[in-house]
Design a protein around this ligand. Structure first.
Ligand code: M6R
Length: 364
């Protein structure tokens, strides 16, 4: 059942190229995106004033990345909320807005409660769900399924990657309908989107290198992740993945926040994983890398070959293939998933069933 892999998590990490392909391909026809499933007219899409993305855990992290992509391409204001916060904060529902609930299981209690609240207030609810026929799928006005297939490991990997891909499709489609991007930009982005599954496949071949690196950090107590923009959203997921299955304390911070607190935690040898995939933010992130290195941190950076000078500022660099900046998160997350996996494995822990956690959180 594990298809020759030692754990479901490793199997599911390897299933990502297929899962992402299965999620995007049926929705792309001759260089056009077909999202008929959302049941919205072009008029409704043009009139959208606000999008609220609501989810928990890793699904929330895809929403955090989705916000950057949707806002950048469509210029529709997006707010991303944790379901457990959203449902209790008397959220403001307005006309011509859309609530998007993201959930692998489709059964998460807080996400389901948020959905019901939005519907009770007359809001249209679209969900991005992996389990067909789950509660969230059934109660939403429309569903965009992620076609990841069953996910067994408590730590999500392939469903997360598919959720990101659905956000890209949605952002591109909305941007096209609203004429927020040129036809050329649309085609350039669509071409890049279609390349992602093969690029993810290529990254999986770096796993020995990542295992080797991970094995040096089995006894460490704290690991920090930092980045800006989309890199920050992906840092949050890298950090959650690690703490969930390795039990190492870790936190993700927006690199610009360093001086506002976290830098006091830097000591000789502290591992900082720095994401620097976003071209426009690259010089800023590099200056944060220098700041932590000056305090003795060991910096492991993730970037692209476009920035070879990163080797001057980081102690160790992992390169991801070139893609459009907006999609870089789909590639940057792969080494971070593998890192979490190999740290957990090296520490001899129960990778697929970490202590105190359930695959689906059906109580609040
Ligand atoms: O089934 P859902 O996507 O609604 O679950 C949300 C979170 O419970 C889930 O993503 C959790 O954070 C994962 N264990 C992370 O790997």
């Amino acid at each position: 059942e594990k298809g020759g892999y030692e754990h479901f998590m490793l199997k599911e990490i390897h299933e990502q190229p297929k899962a992402v392909r299965d999620t995007i391909s049926p929705r792309i026809h001759e260089n056009e995106i077909d999202l008929g499933e959302i049941g919205m007219t072009d008029e409704e899409i043009k009139n959208l004033r606000k999008i609220s993305i609501v989810a928990c855990g890793s699904a929330y992290h895809t929403g955090a990345a989705g916000k950057y992509v949707i806002e950048e391409l469509t210029r529709i204001p997006v707010e991303t909320d944790l379901a457990s916060e959203f449902r209790y904060r008397n959220p403001i529902y307005q006309e011509n807005s859309l609530v998007i609930i993201v959930s692998q299981s489709g059964e998460t209690a807080d996400s389901l409660a948020a959905l019901r609240d939005a519907k009770a207030h007359g809001c249209k609810v679209l969900s991005i769900v992996n389990v067909v026929g789950s509660s969230i799928a059934r109660e939403s006005d429309a569903v965009l399924y992620t076609w990841a297939g069953p996910e067994i490991s408590v730590a999500t990997t392939k469903a997360y990657s598919c959720q990101l891909a659905v956000f890209y499709l949605l952002a591109l489609k909305f941007a096209q309908i609203r004429s927020a991007i040129t036809p050329d930009t649309f085609q350039t982005l669509l071409t890049a989107l279609k390349q992602l599954p093969d690029q993810i496949e290529g990254l999986l071949s770096q796993k020995e290198k990542i295992q080797f690196f991970a094995n040096h950090y089995l006894a460490t107590e704290h690991i920090f992740f930092m980045g800006r923009g989309i890199d920050y959203a992906i840092s949050m997921e890298g950090s959650l993945k690690l703490k969930e299955i390795s039990y190492i304390h870790s936190e993700a911070y927006a690199a610009g926040e360093l001086k506002h607190g976290t830098i006091s935690l830097m000591e000789e040898g502290t591992l900082v994983v720095a994401l620097a995939t976003q071209d426009a933010l690259y010089p800023k992130t590099v200056s944060n890398m220098i700041e932590v290195k000056t305090r003795g941190a060991f910096v492991m950076a993730l970037s692209t070959k476009k920035h070879p000078d990163i080797e001057k500022y980081a102690d160790y660099v992992l390169y991801i293939p070139e893609t459009q900046n907006l999609f870089a998160g789909s590639l940057a997350i792969i080494p971070l998933q593998l890192f979490a996996y190999y740290v957990s494995l090296g520490r001899g822990l129960d990778v697929d069933k970490p202590r105190n956690l359930a695959k689906s959180v059906t109580v609040e």
